[in-house]
Design a protein around this ligand. Structure first.
Ligand code: AMP
Length: 280
Protein backbone atom coordinates (compact mmCIF):
# COMPACT_ATOMS: atom_id res chain seq x y z
CA UNK A 1 0.00 0.00 0.00
CA UNK A 2 1.30 3.42 -1.01
CA UNK A 3 0.78 6.60 1.03
CA UNK A 4 0.73 9.79 -1.00
CA UNK A 5 0.47 13.30 0.40
CA UNK A 6 0.97 15.57 -2.61
CA UNK A 7 -1.31 16.29 -5.56
CA UNK A 8 1.64 15.99 -7.90
CA UNK A 9 2.47 12.47 -6.79
CA UNK A 10 -1.18 11.43 -6.88
CA UNK A 11 -1.54 12.68 -10.47
CA UNK A 12 1.62 10.81 -11.40
CA UNK A 13 0.32 7.54 -9.89
CA UNK A 14 -2.97 8.06 -11.74
CA UNK A 15 -1.28 8.67 -15.08
CA UNK A 16 0.46 5.29 -14.73
CA UNK A 17 -2.75 3.45 -13.70
CA UNK A 18 -4.91 2.35 -16.58
CA UNK A 19 -7.20 -0.01 -14.67
CA UNK A 20 -10.69 0.69 -13.25
CA UNK A 21 -10.07 2.97 -10.27
CA UNK A 22 -12.40 2.96 -7.27
CA UNK A 23 -12.34 5.82 -4.77
CA UNK A 24 -13.52 6.18 -1.17
CA UNK A 25 -13.19 9.73 0.21
CA UNK A 26 -13.20 9.98 4.02
CA UNK A 27 -12.16 12.21 6.89
CA UNK A 28 -10.37 9.32 8.63
CA UNK A 29 -11.03 7.94 12.15
CA UNK A 30 -12.05 4.90 10.16
CA UNK A 31 -14.58 2.32 11.39
CA UNK A 32 -16.58 -0.59 9.96
CA UNK A 33 -18.80 1.81 7.99
CA UNK A 34 -15.79 3.05 6.05
CA UNK A 35 -14.52 -0.53 5.75
CA UNK A 36 -17.77 -1.54 4.04
CA UNK A 37 -17.28 1.19 1.42
CA UNK A 38 -13.73 -0.05 0.85
CA UNK A 39 -14.90 -3.68 0.62
CA UNK A 40 -17.49 -2.85 -2.02
CA UNK A 41 -14.97 -0.81 -3.97
CA UNK A 42 -12.37 -3.59 -3.69
CA UNK A 43 -14.81 -6.13 -5.16
CA UNK A 44 -15.76 -3.91 -8.11
CA UNK A 45 -12.52 -2.16 -9.08
CA UNK A 46 -8.94 -3.02 -10.00
CA UNK A 47 -7.26 -0.22 -8.05
CA UNK A 48 -8.53 1.27 -4.83
CA UNK A 49 -7.79 4.78 -3.57
CA UNK A 50 -8.77 5.93 -0.09
CA UNK A 51 -8.46 9.60 0.81
CA UNK A 52 -8.19 10.83 4.38
CA UNK A 53 -8.74 14.56 4.56
CA UNK A 54 -10.46 16.49 7.34
CA UNK A 55 -11.82 19.20 5.09
CA UNK A 56 -11.80 22.57 6.90
CA UNK A 57 -14.18 24.04 4.30
CA UNK A 58 -17.12 21.86 5.37
CA UNK A 59 -16.95 22.81 9.07
CA UNK A 60 -18.78 25.85 10.41
CA UNK A 61 -16.93 28.32 12.70
CA UNK A 62 -18.50 26.77 15.83
CA UNK A 63 -18.12 23.14 14.73
CA UNK A 64 -15.66 20.44 15.77
CA UNK A 65 -12.82 20.86 13.19
CA UNK A 66 -9.99 21.14 15.73
CA UNK A 67 -11.19 18.27 17.90
CA UNK A 68 -12.33 15.98 15.06
CA UNK A 69 -10.81 12.52 15.87
CA UNK A 70 -7.56 11.80 14.06
CA UNK A 71 -6.27 8.20 14.21
CA UNK A 72 -3.93 7.87 11.23
CA UNK A 73 -1.92 4.85 12.43
CA UNK A 74 -5.06 2.78 13.05
CA UNK A 75 -6.57 4.04 9.78
CA UNK A 76 -3.57 2.74 7.84
CA UNK A 77 -3.98 -0.71 9.41
CA UNK A 78 -7.69 -0.78 8.47
CA UNK A 79 -6.82 0.41 4.95
CA UNK A 80 -4.16 -2.24 4.52
CA UNK A 81 -6.57 -4.96 5.68
CA UNK A 82 -9.21 -3.71 3.23
CA UNK A 83 -6.80 -4.04 0.32
CA UNK A 84 -6.35 -0.33 -0.39
CA UNK A 85 -3.69 0.42 -3.03
CA UNK A 86 -3.20 4.10 -2.31
CA UNK A 87 -3.98 6.26 0.71
CA UNK A 88 -4.11 9.92 -0.30
CA UNK A 89 -3.47 11.96 2.82
CA UNK A 90 -2.88 15.59 1.85
CA UNK A 91 -2.25 18.53 4.18
CA UNK A 92 -4.94 21.26 3.93
CA UNK A 93 -2.35 23.62 2.41
CA UNK A 94 -1.90 21.12 -0.43
CA UNK A 95 -5.63 21.19 -1.23
CA UNK A 96 -6.30 24.89 -0.60
CA UNK A 97 -3.45 26.94 -1.98
CA UNK A 98 -2.99 30.52 -0.81
CA UNK A 99 -5.77 32.67 -2.32
CA UNK A 100 -8.12 29.76 -3.15
CA UNK A 101 -11.36 31.38 -4.38
CA UNK A 102 -13.50 28.92 -6.36
CA UNK A 103 -16.46 27.01 -4.92
CA UNK A 104 -18.90 24.44 -6.22
CA UNK A 105 -22.50 24.69 -5.03
CA UNK A 106 -25.50 22.44 -5.61
CA UNK A 107 -28.45 24.69 -4.94
CA UNK A 108 -31.57 22.51 -4.51
CA UNK A 109 -30.90 19.22 -2.72
CA UNK A 110 -28.48 20.90 -0.34
CA UNK A 111 -31.16 23.25 1.06
CA UNK A 112 -33.35 21.12 3.41
CA UNK A 113 -32.29 18.92 6.37
CA UNK A 114 -28.61 19.56 7.29
CA UNK A 115 -28.49 22.45 4.79
CA UNK A 116 -30.69 24.48 7.14
CA UNK A 117 -28.50 23.90 10.17
CA UNK A 118 -25.02 23.85 8.65
CA UNK A 119 -24.76 26.86 6.32
CA UNK A 120 -21.92 26.39 3.82
CA UNK A 121 -21.44 22.72 4.74
CA UNK A 122 -22.53 21.19 1.43
CA UNK A 123 -20.65 23.82 -0.55
CA UNK A 124 -17.54 22.73 1.33
CA UNK A 125 -18.33 19.08 0.59
CA UNK A 126 -19.01 19.50 -3.14
CA UNK A 127 -15.97 21.71 -3.58
CA UNK A 128 -13.57 19.25 -1.95
CA UNK A 129 -15.17 16.19 -3.54
CA UNK A 130 -14.88 17.70 -7.02
CA UNK A 131 -11.24 18.59 -6.32
CA UNK A 132 -10.55 15.05 -5.07
CA UNK A 133 -12.32 13.63 -8.15
CA UNK A 134 -10.06 15.75 -10.37
CA UNK A 135 -6.97 14.59 -8.52
CA UNK A 136 -7.84 10.88 -8.26
CA UNK A 137 -9.86 10.63 -11.50
CA UNK A 138 -11.79 7.54 -10.39
CA UNK A 139 -14.20 5.54 -12.52
CA UNK A 140 -16.41 4.92 -9.50
CA UNK A 141 -16.71 6.57 -6.08
CA UNK A 142 -18.44 5.18 -2.99
CA UNK A 143 -20.46 7.15 -0.43
CA UNK A 144 -22.39 5.99 2.63
CA UNK A 145 -26.16 6.36 2.87
CA UNK A 146 -25.66 7.24 6.52
CA UNK A 147 -24.98 10.69 5.05
CA UNK A 148 -27.82 10.29 2.56
CA UNK A 149 -28.21 13.98 1.75
CA UNK A 150 -24.49 14.18 0.96
CA UNK A 151 -24.85 11.15 -1.34
CA UNK A 152 -27.78 12.67 -3.27
CA UNK A 153 -26.07 16.09 -3.50
CA UNK A 154 -22.89 14.52 -4.90
CA UNK A 155 -24.84 12.35 -7.33
CA UNK A 156 -26.62 15.50 -8.55
CA UNK A 157 -23.32 17.37 -8.89
CA UNK A 158 -21.91 14.50 -10.96
CA UNK A 159 -24.97 14.56 -13.21
CA UNK A 160 -25.17 18.37 -13.52
CA UNK A 161 -21.46 18.75 -14.28
CA UNK A 162 -21.18 15.72 -16.58
CA UNK A 163 -18.62 14.01 -14.41
CA UNK A 164 -17.84 10.66 -15.96
CA UNK A 165 -17.81 8.96 -12.55
CA UNK A 166 -20.35 6.52 -11.24
CA UNK A 167 -21.50 7.43 -7.73
CA UNK A 168 -22.45 4.42 -5.62
CA UNK A 169 -24.36 4.47 -2.33
CA UNK A 170 -23.62 1.97 0.43
CA UNK A 171 -26.13 1.00 3.13
CA UNK A 172 -25.52 2.32 6.65
CA UNK A 173 -23.40 0.07 8.86
CA UNK A 174 -24.71 -0.05 12.44
CA UNK A 175 -23.53 -1.13 15.85
CA UNK A 176 -25.31 -4.22 17.20
CA UNK A 177 -27.77 -1.97 19.09
CA UNK A 178 -28.70 -0.07 15.90
CA UNK A 179 -26.64 3.09 16.36
CA UNK A 180 -25.24 4.20 13.00
CA UNK A 181 -21.45 3.94 13.10
CA UNK A 182 -19.81 7.37 13.02
CA UNK A 183 -16.39 8.80 13.79
CA UNK A 184 -18.19 11.25 16.07
CA UNK A 185 -19.67 8.50 18.31
CA UNK A 186 -16.45 8.63 20.39
CA UNK A 187 -17.61 12.01 21.72
CA UNK A 188 -20.63 10.40 23.45
CA UNK A 189 -20.47 10.04 27.24
CA UNK A 190 -21.18 6.48 28.46
CA UNK A 191 -24.72 7.52 29.46
CA UNK A 192 -25.43 9.17 26.11
CA UNK A 193 -23.95 6.19 24.26
CA UNK A 194 -26.59 4.00 25.93
CA UNK A 195 -29.32 6.43 24.87
CA UNK A 196 -28.12 7.02 21.29
CA UNK A 197 -29.71 3.87 19.74
CA UNK A 198 -33.13 5.41 20.51
CA UNK A 199 -32.68 7.39 17.28
CA UNK A 200 -32.71 4.32 15.05
CA UNK A 201 -35.44 2.70 17.15
CA UNK A 202 -37.56 5.80 16.60
CA UNK A 203 -36.89 5.83 12.84
CA UNK A 204 -37.76 2.13 12.61
CA UNK A 205 -40.97 2.60 14.63
CA UNK A 206 -41.98 5.59 12.50
CA UNK A 207 -41.23 3.70 9.27
CA UNK A 208 -43.45 0.82 10.36
CA UNK A 209 -46.30 3.16 11.34
CA UNK A 210 -46.04 5.17 8.12
CA UNK A 211 -45.98 2.11 5.86
CA UNK A 212 -49.06 0.89 7.74
CA UNK A 213 -50.88 4.06 6.65
CA UNK A 214 -50.49 6.33 9.69
CA UNK A 215 -50.78 10.11 9.28
CA UNK A 216 -47.33 11.59 8.59
CA UNK A 217 -47.62 14.73 10.72
CA UNK A 218 -48.82 12.95 13.84
CA UNK A 219 -46.10 10.28 13.65
CA UNK A 220 -43.34 12.87 13.16
CA UNK A 221 -44.72 14.93 16.03
CA UNK A 222 -45.07 12.04 18.47
CA UNK A 223 -41.55 10.74 17.74
CA UNK A 224 -40.11 14.25 18.18
CA UNK A 225 -41.88 14.63 21.52
CA UNK A 226 -40.66 11.19 22.65
CA UNK A 227 -37.01 11.85 21.75
CA UNK A 228 -37.07 15.36 23.24
CA UNK A 229 -38.44 14.00 26.51
CA UNK A 230 -35.55 11.55 26.86
CA UNK A 231 -32.94 14.24 26.27
CA UNK A 232 -32.38 14.68 22.52
CA UNK A 233 -32.26 18.23 21.19
CA UNK A 234 -33.84 17.71 17.78
CA UNK A 235 -32.73 19.88 14.86
CA UNK A 236 -34.97 18.18 12.31
CA UNK A 237 -37.09 15.05 11.98
CA UNK A 238 -38.37 15.21 8.41
CA UNK A 239 -39.89 13.05 5.72
CA UNK A 240 -38.92 14.01 2.14
CA UNK A 241 -39.39 12.36 -1.24
CA UNK A 242 -36.51 10.85 -3.18
CA UNK A 243 -34.41 11.46 -5.17
CA UNK A 244 -35.01 15.23 -5.10
CA UNK A 245 -35.45 15.66 -1.34
CA UNK A 246 -38.73 17.49 -1.97
CA UNK A 247 -41.35 18.21 0.71
CA UNK A 248 -44.19 15.70 1.09
CA UNK A 249 -47.62 17.13 0.27
CA UNK A 250 -49.85 14.13 1.07
CA UNK A 251 -51.09 13.30 4.57
CA UNK A 252 -49.94 9.66 4.41
CA UNK A 253 -47.49 7.76 2.18
CA UNK A 254 -48.40 7.43 -1.52
CA UNK A 255 -47.68 4.05 -3.06
CA UNK A 256 -44.95 3.96 -5.70
CA UNK A 257 -43.10 6.87 -4.07
CA UNK A 258 -39.69 6.64 -2.35
CA UNK A 259 -39.10 8.63 0.80
CA UNK A 260 -36.32 9.41 3.22
CA UNK A 261 -37.08 9.82 6.89
CA UNK A 262 -34.12 11.71 8.34
CA UNK A 263 -33.14 13.07 11.71
CA UNK A 264 -30.44 15.26 13.22
CA UNK A 265 -30.32 15.56 16.99
CA UNK A 266 -27.85 16.73 19.56
CA UNK A 267 -27.15 14.47 22.52
CA UNK A 268 -24.89 16.08 25.11
CA UNK A 269 -22.44 17.88 22.82
CA UNK A 270 -22.60 15.37 19.97
CA UNK A 271 -24.62 15.94 16.82
CA UNK A 272 -26.01 12.65 15.53
CA UNK A 273 -27.65 12.08 12.14
CA UNK A 274 -29.45 9.04 10.82
CA UNK A 275 -32.10 8.12 8.27
CA UNK A 276 -34.14 5.31 6.81
CA UNK A 277 -35.35 4.97 3.24
CA UNK A 278 -38.98 4.02 2.73
CA UNK A 279 -40.29 2.53 -0.50
CA UNK A 280 -44.06 2.91 -0.22
P1 AMP B 1 -16.65 10.56 6.92
O1 AMP B 1 -15.26 10.08 7.18
O2 AMP B 1 -17.51 10.56 8.13
O3 AMP B 1 -16.70 11.82 6.13
O4 AMP B 1 -17.31 9.45 5.99
C1 AMP B 1 -16.70 9.02 4.80
C2 AMP B 1 -17.67 8.17 4.04
O5 AMP B 1 -18.03 7.04 4.83
C3 AMP B 1 -18.97 8.91 3.70
O6 AMP B 1 -19.39 8.53 2.40
C4 AMP B 1 -19.91 8.41 4.75
O7 AMP B 1 -21.26 8.44 4.36
C5 AMP B 1 -19.44 6.97 4.90
N1 AMP B 1 -19.87 6.43 6.19
C6 AMP B 1 -19.65 6.96 7.43
N2 AMP B 1 -20.25 6.22 8.38
C7 AMP B 1 -20.89 5.22 7.73
C8 AMP B 1 -21.71 4.12 8.15
N3 AMP B 1 -22.01 3.92 9.43
N4 AMP B 1 -22.18 3.28 7.21
C9 AMP B 1 -21.90 3.48 5.90
N5 AMP B 1 -21.13 4.49 5.44
C10 AMP B 1 -20.64 5.35 6.33
Amino acid sequence: MKTISTVKEMLKWRSLTKSRVGFVPTMGALHRGHAELLNQARRNCDSLVLSIFVNPMQFGPKEDLSKYPRTLDLDLVLAQNAGVDVVFFPHPSEIYLEGFSTHVEETILSQPLCGKFRPGHFQGVTTVVLKLFNIVQPHVAYFGLKDAQQFFVIKKMAQDLNLNISIEGVATVRESDGLAMSSRNVYLSPGDRKKAPEIFQSLSRAKLALTSGAAILSILESEKVFLSKIGFDIQYYDLLTLPNLSPVTSTSLSSGTSYILAIAAILGTTRLIDNVIIEA
